[in-house]
Ligand binder design. Structure first.
Ligand code: FES
Length: 108
């Protein structure tokens, strides 16, 4: 089990979860009904409604986005930033214990 933290827009509060490794961050967020992880496509990388901003040092630990993820990041509802990622493409491993992401203002 690892801990992950979703920071609500504006940083007002944080949702912290204990979750199993071997799933995506999107799956962990959806399982816990984290508001702001919509994931309309269920992880098929066709919706960009699982957009998050990954904080350091974790952003640097992630493998670079694939060409398909980069393409979908063009369609985020909220501003795209250098640390924008699709949470369905973030595989939770032990190295990501403590992973902290900011939720965007909107996914639609
Ligand atoms: S869940 Fe649709 S792109 Fe991630």
């Amino acid at each position: 089990m690892i801990k992950v933290h979703f920071v609500r827009p504006g940083g007002a509060s944080t949702i912290s979860l204990e979750c199993k490794t071997g799933q995506s961050l999107m799956e962990a967020g959806v399982s816990a009904n984290v508001e702001g992880i919509e994931a309309d496509c269920g992880g098929l990388m066709t919706c960009a409604t699982c957009h998050v901003y990954v904080r350091e040092p974790f952003a640097s630990l992630l493998p670079p986005p694939s060409q398909d993820e980069l393409a979908m990041l063009e369609f985020t509802a909220a501003e795209r930033r250098p640390n924008s990622r699709l949470s369905c493409q973030i595989d939770l491993g032990k190295v990501l214990d403590g992973l902290t992401v900011d939720l965007p203002d909107s996914q639609h």
